[in-house]
Ligand binder design. Structure first.
Ligand code: CTP
Ligand code: CA
Length: 224
């Protein structure tokens, strides 16, 4: 029994994870969204639960299912709903990993009725959503806070800026430049950047393996 427990380094830890896209309503039938599959966040949730953690997974609309009994699934639609759910669960968590592709902007007004086709051009006024990760960084105490960064240029430099600005312990840089990396596929290429600015590059791997790499790094650092 002792040996089995030793293999569960996250036993007794509460892990909060966000995953998937958010949908921002335009009218009752339309929304602004993105192509995030949620696979990375779900893989982290499964892996953390397998390592003994008590996991709360807040997810936007995705076509994925979980069967792990140590994962509590909270389904939301909009960035505001994800913000509320994240804040409700943050205080009691030990590790928060925000992998969701949150919409950066939402319509200023949501039409009550379906917008009818009329003029040749249609403009939508958008306003910024709340930055969930930055808001948690601003209030964090004992929590180990992890963010993701998706960049198409000056990758490492931009990721380091995000790490600092949002007061993170670790940022996972997602490379789009390499084959097999990105939103929809089953593989990812990441670089981990810690508070010490040390960058650790990884090879292209299945998202299930990427999840383990991220958690292994976190486990080493929370016990250090
Ligand atoms: N994030 C968040 N809430 C938002 C926007 C982003 O929690 N409203 C989180 C994401 O989950 C991710 C990190 O912030 O962990 C970085 O997201 P990213 O889109 O790469 O960066 P932004 O800060 O939104 O900046 P930009 O899109 O302009 O690069
Ligand atoms: Ca963004």
């Amino acid at each position: 029994e002792q040996d089995i427990l030793k293999q569960l380094p996250l036993r007794g830890k509460k892990v909060l994870i966000t995953a998937g896209p958010t949908f921002e309503a335009i009218d009752p039938v339309r929304f602004i969204g993105n192509h995030s599959s949620g696979k990375m966040g779900f893989a982290i949730a499964e892996a953390a639960a397998n390592l003994g953690a008590e996991v709360t997974l807040i997810t936007g609309p995705v076509g994925l299912q979980l069967e792990h009994s140590f994962v509590t699934l909270i389904k939301i639609t909009s960035a505001q709903e994800m913000y509320d759910a994240a804040h409700k669960n943050f205080e009691s968590c030990d590790i928060a990993i925000l992998s969701a592709a949150v919409a950066d902007y939402k319509p200023v007004n949501v039409a009550d009725q379906k917008i009818k086709k009329k003029d040749e051009n249609l403009s939508l006024q958008l306003t910024k959503t709340k930055d969930i990760l930055a808001s948690l960084g601003a209030i964090k105490k004992h929590q180990y806070l992890v963010g993701f960064a998706l960049e198409t240029e000056n990758e490492v430099e931009n990721a380091k800026t995000k790490l600092k600005k949002k007061n993170l312990d670790l940022i996972v840089l997602n490379s789009l430049n390499d084959k097999g990396a990105g939103f929809k596929g089953d593989t990812n290429k990441i670089t981990l950047i810690g508070k010490d600015n040390k960058t650790i590059p990884f090879k292209v791997k299945p998202k299930t393996e990427v999840a383990k790499d991220i958690l292994e790094h976190i486990i080493k650092h929370i016990h250090a």
